[in-house]
Ligand binder design. Structure first.
Ligand code: DGL
Length: 282
């Protein structure tokens, strides 16, 4: 791996929020609700999404390129609002890449904030996790949850069709019912006492209506947006030195590695308002 060290030498103070595509918008939306005064750059790597089925090396390479892009824009804090990138690339970026690239910058993910609080949602200590093939096969959730809550038993199910259904805007159609029910049944039949369903993919909140429809009503469905936003807010309070480096103009700029026309159309569904993106070459 070669590093592009031509990073910008000045800080712009934007907080970077990254996802392979549109999913991170569900996280950014909650972050902006809780921290409206900050200035954000969102990047969707739509040209190379989905990340879910890709190898560790590929997800690391793509995510690192995105992080370098954020640093070149002068961001000193980047949130990987993508479970697949958090599961397969974050640790290497934090431990190996960051010290070489920009030691005083920070890259944070979505897995730790979620696993830190998941115990507050379950009474039976049985949690079902749905995510991409990459997130599930990485074992990150069972490993991280065990650190905070050794008594919780974690059951996982990879749902490879859910992101494509969402990215192609087919998720409200009848065809999606089959795939939603299929994976929910696979998960829930592993243990009748599962009382918490963790959506460990930032795309999945778009499926919430169908998930509610096909999930027994006593099961809590947990999305990450609010959790990650609260954790970022706590992080900025605990790290005033980073908070001081963050610009506070209350702006959001959207970037995509693919067509801006496609991005704007689909992003509006996730965002709930018009989006005008710019193209980014990373
Ligand atoms: N939104 C990403 C996540 O949270 C997954 C999308 C993808 O497969 O690219 O895992």
């Amino acid at each position: 791996m070669t590093y592009d060290l031509r990073l910008t030498t000045y800080e712009t103070g934007f907080i970077g929020v990254f996802d392979s595509g549109y999913g991170g918008l569900t996280v950014l939306k909650e972050i902006v609700k809780q921290l409206p005064e900050y200035s954000y750059l969102y990047l969707g790597d739509n040209a190379r999404a989905p990340y879910g089925p890709r190898s560790f090396d590929t997800v690391h390479q793509y995510t690192l390129q995105a992080v370098e892009w954020f640093f070149k824009q002068g961001c000193s804090l980047v949130i990987l609002a993508c479970n697949t990138a958090s599961a397969k690339a974050l640790r290497t970026i934090q431990q190996k890449d960051l010290p070489l690239l920009a030691p005083s910058n920070r890259v944070l993910g979505v897995i730790r904030p979620t696993t830190e609080v998941i115990g507050e949602y379950t009474k039976t200590n049985k949690v079902g996790v749905v995510g991409t093939v990459g997130t599930v096969s990485s074992g990150s959730y069972p490993i991280e949850i065990a650190k905070f809550y050794p008594n919780i038993k974690v059951y996982q199910e990879a749902c490879p069709m859910w992101v494509p259904l969402i990215e192609t805007n087919e998720y409200n159609n009848l065809g999606a019912d089959y795939f939603v029910q299929h994976h929910l049944n696979n998960l829930l039949q592993q243990d009748a006492d599962i009382d918490t369903l963790l959506l460990a993919c930032t795309h999945y909140p778009l499926l919430i209506d169908k998930l509610r429809k096909f999930t027994p009503s006593h099961i809590n469905i947990v999305s990450q947006g609010e959790i990650v936003a609260k954790s970022l807010s706590d992080y900025l309070q605990r790290h005033p030195e980073m908070d001081e480096r963050c610009l506070k103009t209350g702006t959001i700029d959207f970037f995509t590695t693919d067509s801006t026309i496609d991005f704007d159309t689909k992003a509006a569904i996730f965002w709930g308002a018009d989006v005008q993106s710019k193209h980014a070459d990373i």
